[in-house]
Design a protein around this ligand. Structure first.
Ligand code: CP
Length: 320
C-alpha cells in the first residue's frame, strides 16, 4: 500500500466497537493520503465491482459510497431493493449470492435489522461493509465524524469533550461514535431525556470501564465547555414511544439553538449525521451557522469511504 499505509485488520468492516486507536489512525492517514477522493486517487479498485444494497432509505451514505468506489476505478452495481426480486420474497442470502455471482467483490449493505451485515458476510466471499444496521452500528459514519473532528478541532480529538445529544437509545450513529471517539481519547457526554439514556451507564461501565463516557439529562450543563456537539436525528415517528417526549417537548428542552449555545457560553463545532429535522433537534440558524461542520461531514464521507475501500482491498481475503 502507498505511503506506509496499512490494510484494515479484517476482511470486512462490520463494526468499530473493537477498533483500536491505531486502526482508526490508519483510516485517517489513508484518507489524508487520497490526494482527492473525487478522481485523482490511485485506482485501487480498477476493474473491481462494488455492489450497493440498501434496504433502508439513504442519501449521503449511498451516494458517497458510490462516489468513493468510482473515484478508485470500481464499477458500481446499485440494486434498487424496492424494484428488485426482494419484493417477490427473495432472501437476503439469495440476493447476496446473486450479487457475488454477478462479479461483486465488495458489498455495501444497509438494513433495518441489526446484524444483517454479519449474515451477509457469512455468505459473501468478498468484503462486506456495514452502511448502517438497525440501532446497532454505522461504522463509516463514525469514521467520517472522527475525520471531521480531527481536521477541525485545533487541539485534536484526544482530551476533547464531545457531546452527543438526542435519541441515543435508537441511534446506530451514537453507538459507533461512542466507540471511535473514546478509542481516540475524546471525552464523550451523552445528553438526552432520561428515558433515552436508560441502561447506558451500566452498558458503558460493563463494556468500556476505562473510557470517558458521561450521561447528562440537561442540555445547558452538557454544552458548558463542549468543543463539539453532535445533534442526532430525532425519529419523529417514534418520539412518544416508551414514555419519550413529544416533538414540541423535545425541541423545547434539547433542540440545539443559537440562544441555547450563547446562554451556555460555548462555541462548539456543530455536527449532525443527517438527515436533519430542522426546528426539532437543531435550528436552521445553527445548522447553517459559522460553526457548522455538517457539509464537511458529507464531503469527508467520500474520502473516508474511499480509504475504507482501499484498506480492505489491501488486506488478505483470508483474514476473516
Ligand atoms: N448519515 C446517514 O446515514 O445519512 P443517510 O441516511 O442519508 O445515508
Amino acid at each position: 500500500m502507498p505511503n506506509g499505509e496499512r490494510p484494515w485488520p479484517g476482511r470486512h468492516l462490520l463494526d468499530v466497537a473493537d477498533a483500536t486507536e491505531g486502526d482508526l489512525e490508519a483510516v485517517m492517514v489513508t484518507a489524508d493520503g487520497l490526494t482527492d477522493a473525487l478522481g485523482e486517487s490511485p485506482a485501487a479498485l480498477r476493474g473491481r465491482r462494488v455492489a450497493t444494497l440498501f434496504y433502508e432509505a439513504s442519501t449521503r451514505t449511498r451516494l458517497s459510497f458510490d462516489r468513493a468506489a468510482r473515484s478508485l476505478g470500481a464499477e458500481v452495481m446499485d440494486l434498487p431493493v424496492g424494484l428488485s426480486s426482494v419484493t417477490k420474497g427473495e432472501s437476503l442470502i439469495d440476493t447476496v449470492r446473486t450479487l457475488e455471482a454477478l462479479g461483486a467483490e465488495f458489498l455495501v449493505i444497509r438494513h433495518a435489522r441489526s446484524g444483517a451485515p454479519w449474515l451477509a458476510a457469512r455468505h459473501f466471499r468478498g468484503h462486506v461493509i456495514n452502511a448502517g444496521d438497525g440501532w446497532h452500528a454505522h461504522p463509516t459514519q463514525a469514521l467520517l465524524d472522527l475525520y471531521t473532528l480531527r481536521s477541525l478541532l485545533p487541539r485534536g480529538v484526544r482530551g476533547a469533550r464531545v457531546v452527543i445529544v438526542g435519541d441515543v437509545l435508537r441511534s446506530r450513529v451514537a453507538r459507533s461514535n461512542i466507540w471511535t471517539l473514546t478509542a481516540a481519547g475524546a471525552r464523550v457526554t451523552l445528553c438526552a431525556p432520561a428515558v433515552w439514556l436508560r441502561g447506558f451507564q451500566e452498558w458503558a461501565r460493563a463494556m468500556a470501564p476505562e473510557r470517558s463516557i458521561d450521561l447528562v439529562g440537561d442540555l445547558a450543563t452538557a454544552l458548558r465547555g463542549a468543543e463539539a456537539v453532535m445533534a442526532l436525528r430525532v425519529q419523529v415517528e417514534r418520539l412518544s414511544d416508551a414514555g419519550g417526549p413529544s416533538q414540541a417537548e423535545y425541541a423545547a428542552r434539547f433542540g440545539l439553538t443559537g440562544a441555547r449555545l450563547k446562554a451556555a457560553g460555548s462555541d462548539p463545532l456543530i455536527l449532525h449525521p443527517g438527515p436533519m429535522n430542522e426546528g426539532v433537534e437543531i435550528s436552521s440558524e445553527v445548522a447553517a451557522g459559522p460553526r457548522s461542520a455538517i457539509t464537511e461531514q458529507v464531503a469527508n464521507g467520500v474520502r473516508v469511504r474511499a480509504a475504507v475501500f482501499q484498506m480492505l482491498a489491501g488486506g488478505a481475503l483470508a483474514d476473516a
